[in-house]
Design a protein around this ligand. Structure first.
Ligand SMILES: Cc1cc2nc3c(=O)[nH]c(=O)nc-3n(C[C@H](O)[C@H](O)[C@H](O)COP(=O)(O)O)c2cc1C
Length: 498
């Protein structure tokens, strides 16, 4: 019960309210800005390869259409390059920064990635554990196993360095780290699909994940910069997990000094445990029209910083909503949409019910005056009206929420997830939202549109607008989709040109 209370306390305490945002430093302390690249001092570096040949994007999410690639250094390189690798280098006013394939709150990139692969030519004649170094697009070899891995699949571990996000966002940052981990999973799943590979999140204890990659060896990390295990992903068929490892390499130091946010330790510890096994959504998706190649879309995906206020077609709108159903692992998330400009659809407040099992429960939880007019395939009109002002206000006054064609909140099965899975259910809900977010970014890009994840929103203002009075459902992530205005002052270069 203590862990559940810790979650309830953290969730309430880190809500943004009109009169008071969740606690943070309130300014950017540039002197302590964390290094976005983790490295392990002394670990051998194995360069990965580059390949530009990727399949058409529209084939990615079709069942069993793309051939299954063998696991080799080229396929592993492609997986990492197009999921967590650098996508672009931006330059403006004498400064330059890298963006990655996976979206990340404030581009602070808290998610780290480890891979456990069987003997692979050009990596090792033994099974190995490595850390992915995105700046170099290389593997840092951390451990060589004495016994072979069972099966022909492999594992990926995602972990979070909370400090990277805490530096800017203070107490609310744990939420962003989990959303980012969900984005990273979504990015890996999309890149794996290019190779005909399927991903599965393994239901395993956080402690075990930590021991697999030596994250439990706290002495190797600055105490403020250690990594919290997020999830273990299995790709292909693997047998039992490899044993715990002892790694001799210390982690680099990311900041010279740190600010303490004790609540982060509380929520992080409370949400350790056995990762939930989620009952997947069952969906089928018709083949969308031919698109560009997947690699191009993945590298082109960018968050819009301004939207032009133009509309989209009904077909685009439906394609976007339906694409979220491809995230079958995310069965506890529904969309409450502010539709501003979608052809042939009245402006207003809508619900997109991603899991019909929840329909009646949602109807009971929300304002009894909503009309729930069935617009087919999970979409319901709740109330007609112009919600541009409300969308902007709820999104911490960000104009992208009103200037997109539509924006929405991801309303999650909050109480029942905590009841079913315990405190770690809270963490999993953010992962579900993040994976949907990454999927929608890609789908929007493939349609020639743009999107932006919105972590900054006024939680209870949104709930109040929906008439939600208890914690059965809570909104954990917001999002907007439309057409971006490109800031031409910022120039773009391709990464890895050397
Ligand atoms: C969880 C999450 C929350 C975000 N919240 C906001 C937000 O509130 N406002 C905003 O303008 N961008 C937001 N973003 C977009 C990030 O700032 C963006 O992903 C990051 O700068 C990297 O840029 P890229 O997406 O173009 O690669 C968010 C992204 C994520 C993943």
């Amino acid at each position: 019960m203590k862990n559940i209370n810790d979650v309830l306390h953290y969730h309430d305490r880190t809500k943004h309210r009109p009169s008071r945002y969740a606690a943070s430093l309130g300014y950017m302390d540039w002197a302590t800005q964390p290094d976005p690249y983790r490295r392990y001092l002394g670990a051998p570096l194995i360069p990965l390869t580059h390949s530009e040949t990727t399949p058409p994007y529209h084939l990615l999410f079709q069942k069993d259409i793309l051939p299954t690639a063998p696991l080799c250094i080229e396929s592993l390189s492609q997986l990492l390059r197009y999921s967590l690798g650098l996508a672009a280098i931006k330059n403006h006013g004498g400064s330059s920064w890298a963006l990655r394939c996976n979206a990340s709150s404030g581009n602070l990139q808290p998610t780290e990635c480890y891979v456990i692969v069987p003997a692979t030519e050009e990596i090792s004649s033994h099974a190995t554990l490595s850390h992915y170094a995105p700046r170099e697009h290389a593997l840092e070899l951390l451990h060589t196993y004495k016994t072979p891995l069972e099966g022909n699949g492999f594992y990926i571990v995602l972990s979070s360095i909370l400090w990277r996000e805490a530096w800017k966002y203070g107490e609310r940052c744990w939420r962003y780290c989990q959303l980012d981990a969900g984005h990273a999973y979504g990015a890996i799943k999309a890149a794996a699909s290019m190779l005909g590979w399927k991903c599965e999140i393994v239901s395993v204890n956080s402690d075990e994940i930590a021991m697999l990659c030596g994250l439990d060896q706290r002495e190797r990390f600055d105490p403020y910069e250690n990594e919290s295990p997020d999830m273990l992903i299995r790709i292909g068929n693997s047998g039992s997990l490899p044993s715990a490892v002892t790694i001799p390499y210390p982690a680099n130091t990311l900041s010279p000094s740190h600010h303490e946010w004790p609540i982060l330790t509380v929520i992080d510890e409370a949400t350790q445990g056995v990762y939930p096994k989620i009952e997947p959504l069952s969906t089928t998706r018709s083949i969308p029209p031919p698109s560009k190649n997947a690699g191009e879309i993945i590298l082109k995906r960018r968050s819009a910083q301004m939207m032009d206020g133009s509309g989209i077609t009904m077909e685009q709108f439906r394609t976007l909503l339906d694409s979220s159903l491809f995230c079958t692992e995310a069965s506890d998330v529904h969309f409450i949409l502010f539709v501003h400009r979608v052809e042939r659809l009245d402006k207003g407040l809508y619900a997109f019910i991603r899991n019909m099992d929840d329909l009646e429960k949602l109807k009971k939880s929300m304002d009894q005056n909503f009309v729930w007019e069935d617009c087919h395939n999970g979409l319901y009109l709740l109330q007609k009206g112009d919600y541009r002002g409300a969308a902007q206000m709820i999104s911490c006054n960000q104009e992208i929420a009103k200037d997109g064609a539509f924006s929405f909140g991801m309303l999650c099965n909050f109480a029942s997830s905590l009841e079913k899975y315990g405190a770690i259910g809270y963490k999993n809900l953010y992962h579900q939202c993040g994976m949907i977010g990454q999927m929608l970014y890609l789908e929007a890009t493939s349609l020639g549109l743009s999107a932006t994840g919105i972590g900054c929103f006024l939680d209870d203002e949104f709930h109040a607008l929906l008439g939600i009075q208890n914690q059965q459902f809570q909104s954990l992530y917001h999002f907007t989709i439309g057409r971006a205005i490109i800031d031409t002052r910022i120039s773009t270069q391709q990464p890895y040109r050397h």
